[in-house]
Design a protein around this ligand. Sequence first.
Ligand SMILES: Nc1ncnc2c1ncn2[C@@H]1O[C@H](COP(=O)(O)OP(=O)(O)OP(=O)(O)O)[C@@H](O)[C@H]1O
Length: 304
Amino acid sequence: MEDSPVLETESLTKSYGKSRGIIDVNLSVSRGEIFGFIGPNGAGKSTTIRTILGLLFPDSGHVRLFGENALSSGDFLRQRIGFVPSELNYYDGLKTGQLLDYSARLFKVKDKSIITRFCERLDLDTNRSIKDLSLGNRKKVAIIQALLHRPELLILDEPTSGLDPLMQSRFYEILREEQERGATIFFSSHTLSEVERLCSRVAIIKEGKIIKNSGMEELKQLYLKRFRLIFPRGTSFSAEELEKAAPGVLQLSLNKRGAEGLYKGNVRDLMKNLSQLPLEDAVLEDPGLEEIFMHYYNGKEDTV
Ligand SMILES: Nc1ncnc2c1ncn2[C@@H]1O[C@H](COP(=O)(O)OP(=O)(O)OP(=O)(O)O)[C@@H](O)[C@H]1O
């Protein structure tokens, strides 16, 4: 079982009465990887996560955690998982330190100095009352709660929303350390730059369905290139001419001295086609995750 994925879903489907939740979601997260789960509001990230954790019961499909059927394995799995929910609801009558102490007891954490260490790193005051905490500070409490028992798997639903840039970067540092200690991390995010920086694999969800599921490098290199063309002085090309000369060009925009856009297809074909044009210069580069994401969202692509 050691080599089986730590987290796996198969055709996971969950609807809310007549409204769509998620449809046929297949995910596979290997031991030790940081896996990013992205999609806009309402795409189905939280529904997927809550179904994986057994907080929602699926209409159909399977969830395996550590190779076990999660839907019937129950509580003992929870000791091995740390979870940060997107919505935070706390009993407001406690102080931060008391709540973290309670969580540590619940998860049978022996060395409670870990609470102080994480609170110092994330700059969280343990004497403040939960009800007085800002959204960002509440998020820190949830992050520390998820980390206290050193879980093998961290499932984080938009963990950085509400954190300021300094705290976000401390949090990324912590995630990398968790990965080094052997933890597997699955997290949803709207912040594409953080997914790009941290994750080795990424899945994109759109309207309840996974539309892309691949390695980050593969996603960035194989399918799309960003290009910039400089025309010689006094020369210009129309969009139609360029599209005809280089089939596969997308999102073309023309400016005074040249053109730019995305290209989908074989890069060698693009270079061959461009070399037929009297260009002054041409630059090809890998697009950022944001562009890839926008391409999949704005375009008609709906396959993995
Ligand atoms: N309790 C609910 N009752 C009815 N519909 C729901 C419920 N929760 C979610 N949905 C619907 O399911 C779909 C997926 O929602 P979900 O919260 O999983 O998306 P999300 O990707 O997490 O969005 P966000 O980024 O805004 O958190 C949406 O169409 C949403 O309206």
